[in-house]
Design a protein around this ligand. Structure first.
Ligand code: GTP
Ligand code: MG
Length: 647
């Protein structure tokens, strides 16, 4: 692919509800411009954009894919983002590289949740946008109705070029001077209208609507023309917010003559060619073999193989202009979100804001001993998709996989199997319960075995009481009842014992032990014997000191549109949640602040989505441990005991 100058480039991200036709529109654009001789179909798994094996198998987009379409003297870099909400992380990266968005709407479905979400993202990033009503060929489609719905939902500034009067009014509304003229004369002079329209679109104040049938390649030329005409070139866009070397807020203007500044908005780990970083050049230019400075990693790095990629196909890029997007292979230190600059003039762009993972599941290898393989695979996959997290929970011994939803987690396990050859099962996460005592105990632990050969003898008296610290140990021994050399063994015995409480096998916390008496035997006493004696004392002490079960309680913040508020609150109560407050949100809806036990929240991501038609979202973080209510504790304890008996 030849190099294009900045003014010829357009970077456009395709957003919209899953299945609205984004990938097909890209394919249709490639066919219309002659880049492919035969148009692929998502159903046939042969589109340029959905080339990855999992995408082909599943029949929908999973990763954001860059597909340049050469059109006349222009190059439009489409970034085809997945519509499924589970892949919101891909959208977060993709929007950062674009100067505008096309929100694709399925004509037969009208405005969907994914349409609303796309709109919200455009607003958040102040992205100029166009609507494209696709699938106009489907039966019972009423394009005029969809148009009316778009207007009703997103405002009067949404208009098609055919509604010239309405559009003129919308354009006039974006500028005081234009408005005065319009009110005076009843219309705008053509030159003012054209200029006002372009300005209004660039500012995101006016949104043009186009229609197309991607499968039949209808409306595609008009659509591509609109992008060339109305999407700002990368050098015409607003400067990028960033920070300078001292951390002060600055902006970086897209300047072809300026020093290099670029950022990585997407990473793939290709099974064949390894890691590939997708990079947007904000300022300056990039040439093959040049050394850049990774500001995040604080490492210089050489850009060896650089290319323009169209789906999976690479073509050499001798030079990349300001505003263009290119791919660099095998960068050692690069991660999505990193800034690359000229070493002498560093700036740092804000990191990609990935959505927080909220669906928690535990992952186990099907074959024993493959935990490490899982770990390695997940680390590589996280390079591609930082919107999921992996946690090794020391207390439960589980590997936790935290993601955006079931579909994403399913994709991860599929990739683990296909790329890393490790088969896994997903299981319920275990709650990291803890145990503590409410009362005190004064007990003896005596370990005595004096039959047969070498005997064992250890005897300790220990007082147990609650403590503010996790674990406290001290001794108040008199006159050598327990020889000093055995005291560390007693402490060790207790420290091992607190790892596995008697109620649920969980860690025991906030307990104080005072060793104050005991006895020993000249021949039979040993460190081992005192360790065992301490363990016996611990068991007895726990029993007598009113042990209780603790569970983690999470602080939860839920964003909910008003119409689902009642359901979400009712559901929170069922989860033993406490509502702490409600805050009305600027864009509508409420933020519900609550606390609820972690045990009730592992699948909340799924439940909230179905309760709110995917319009609600939430975040949570650990708050504190709290006593498990008696009726529930009984069940957990009984469960643990029966599990132990069958062991
Ligand atoms: N009838 C008709 N079907 C279409 C049209 N465009 C796309 N489709 C079909 O709609 C389905 C979804 O199309 P995709 O291009 O995968 O949609 P998408 O928006 O990329 O979907 P995600 O990647 O999941 O977000 C496929 O079966 C397409 O063949 C169209 O103009 N008319
Ligand atoms: Mg797609």
């Amino acid at each position: 692919m030849k190099g294009y100058s900045s003014d010829q480039i357009r970077n456009v991200v395709l957003l919209g509800h899953g299945g609205s036709g984004k990938t097909t529109i890209v394919e249709s654009s490639l066919a219309k411009t002659g880049a492919v001789s035969r148009m692929g179909r998502v159903e046939d798994g042969n589109t340029i954009s959905d080339y990855e094996k999992t995408e082909i198998d599943k029949g929908y987009s999973i990763a954001a894919t860059v597909v340049p379409v050469e059109y006349g003297k222009n190059k439009i870099n489409f970034i085809d983002a997945p519509g499924f909400f589970d892949f919101a992380g891909e959208v977060a990266g993709a929007v950062r590289a674009a100067e505008a968005a096309v929100v694709v709407v399925d004509a037969s479905a009208g405005v969907q949740v994914g349409t609303e979400k796309a709109w919200d993202i455009c607003r958040k990033f102040s992205l100029p946008r166009l609507f494209l009503i696709n699938k106009t060929d489907k039966e019972n489609v009423d394009v005029a109705q969809v148009m009316a719905d778009l207007k009703a939902k997103f405002g009067a500034s949404v208009a098609s070029l055919d509604d010239r009067d309405e559009l003129m009014e919308a354009v006039a509304g974006t500028d005081e001077e234009l408005l005065d003229k319009y009110l005076e004369e009843g219309e705008l002079p053509e030159a003012d209208f054209v200029r006002g329209l372009a300005a209004g679109i660039a500012a995101g104040d006016v949104v043009l609507v186009y229609k197309a049938c991607a499968t039949k390649q209808e409306g595609i030329t008009e659509f591509l023309d609109a992008i060339v005409k109305y999407v700002p070139a990368p050098t015409e866009r607003a400067p990028y917010p960033a920070r300078d070397a001292s951390g002060s807020e600055i902006t970086v203007a897209p300047d072809p003559a300026g020093p290099l500044a670029a950022f990585i908005f997407k990473t793939i780990s290709d099974p064949q060619s390894g890691k590939i970083s997708f990079i947007k050049v904000v300022s300056g230019k990039v040439t093959k073999g040049v050394e850049v400075y990774n500001v995040n990693a604080e490492k210089p790095e050489k850009l060896g193989a650089i290319s323009f990629m169209r789906g999976k196909t690479q073509s050499e890029a001798p030079e990349v202009a300001t505003g263009d997007i290119f791919a660099a292979a095998k960068l050692q230190f690069a991660h999505t979100g990193d800034t690359l600059t000229d070493k002498s003039k560093t700036v740092k762009f804000p990191p990609v804001e990935f959505p927080e993972p909220t669906l928690i599941t535990a992952i186990v290898p099907r074959a024993k001993g493959e935990e490490e393989k899982i770990g390695n695979g997940l680390t590589k996959l996280r390079d591609e998709d930082p919107s999921f997290e992996v946690e090794h929970n020391a207390e439960t011994g589980q590997i936790l996989l935290k993601g955006q939803g079931e579909i994403q987690i399913g994709v991860i396990t599929t990739k683990l199997k296909e790329r890393f050859k490790v088969e896994v099962d997903l299981v319920e996460p275990k709650v990291p319960y803890r145990e503590t005592i409410r009362g005190t105990a004064d007990v003896q632990g005596k370990h005595k075995k004096q039959t047969g050969g070498a005997g064992q003898y250890g005897d300790v008296h220990i007082r147990f009481s609650p403590s503010a610290e996790e674990f406290e140990f001290s001794e108040e021994l008199f006159g050598g009842s327990v020889p000093k050399q055995y005291v560390p063994a007693v402490e060790k015995g207790l420290k091992e014992s607190v790892q596995k409480g008697p109620l649920s096998g969980s860690k025991v916390v906030n307990i104080k032990a005072v060793l104050y008496d005991g006895s020993y035997h000249d021949v039979d006493s040993s460190e081992m014997a005192f360790k065992v004696a301490a363990a016996l004392a611990f068991r007895k002490g726990m029993e007598e000191a009113r042990p209780i079960l603790l569970e983690p309680v999470q602080h939860v913040e839920i964003l909910v549109p008003d119409e689902y508020m009642g359901d979400v609150m009712g559901d929170m109560n069922k989860r033993r949640g406490k509502i702490l407050g409600m805050e009305p949100q600027a864009g509508g809806g409420q933020k519900l602040v609550a606390e609820a036990p972690l045990a009730e929240l592992f699948k909340y991501a799924i439940n909230l989505r179905s309760m709110t038609q995917a319009r609600g979202s939430f975040t949570m973080r650990f708050e504190r441990y709290e006593e498990v209510p008696a009726n529930i504790a009984q069940k957990i304890i009984a469960n643990y005991k029966s599990g132990q008996e069958s062991d």
